[in-house]
Write a protein that binds this ligand. Sequence first.
Ligand code: 0O2
Length: 202
Amino acid sequence: MDDWTSFLAPYEQAVAELKLKLKMMRDEFQTKHRHTPIEFVTGRVKTPASILEKMEVRNIKPEDFLIGVQDIAGIRIMCQFVEDIYEVAELLKRRQDFKVLLIRDYIKHHKPSGYRSYHMVLEYPVHRLTGVETVIVEVQIRTLAMNFWATIEHSLNYKYSGVYPEEILWRLQRASEAAFQLDEEMSEIRDEIREAIQYFEN
Ligand code: 0O2
């Protein structure tokens, strides 16, 4: 377990640093009295058990696990509107403190499960006592509605081990479409909502 602790330490540091940087970005929007595209940020480092489980399920060989498991460090950014997701993505692409390695846009092309989210895989340099270590971080950017759906689906997936009874599968797909419609509706009335938020903040 000591090995896991030292292996995961730079990932823990990357998550802590990125959470802080994103929160500072959010504060900067707020101090400028501008609509913030970031609603809230969460982060976590996968547990050793969860890393090993993913390797087993995906048949990843130990020597390939750094490429095969790209979400050991995970950051989740929640936004109010779909447009905010792309604004945050652009802000991240312009940063100098990490490199965007790849993007998976599950909003334009949702997963068969109904999952929608915007994934960015980053190469993030962590300054340790021994020097600079580069770690891979997966950033998921989603609306509140996408997050609601994904959270419920994740719990159900755990319960049914990914093999859903037909009715649950059907309901999940309907719920995913409903979440999509909700995001569409909210985007339509975005300016009104933003003005209302500004009004309450002031
Ligand atoms: P946890 O508990 O969320 O950390 P790939 O499929 O490899 O090409 P992708 O989709 O970026 O690329 O990677 P992967 O490994 O399929 O999914 C990474 C994470 O995305 C998952 O982490 C989930 O958080 C989220 N995700 C992907 N697909 C789904 C889905 O269908 N439903 C839900 N609820 N979440 C999903 P983990 O490993 O599941 O665990």
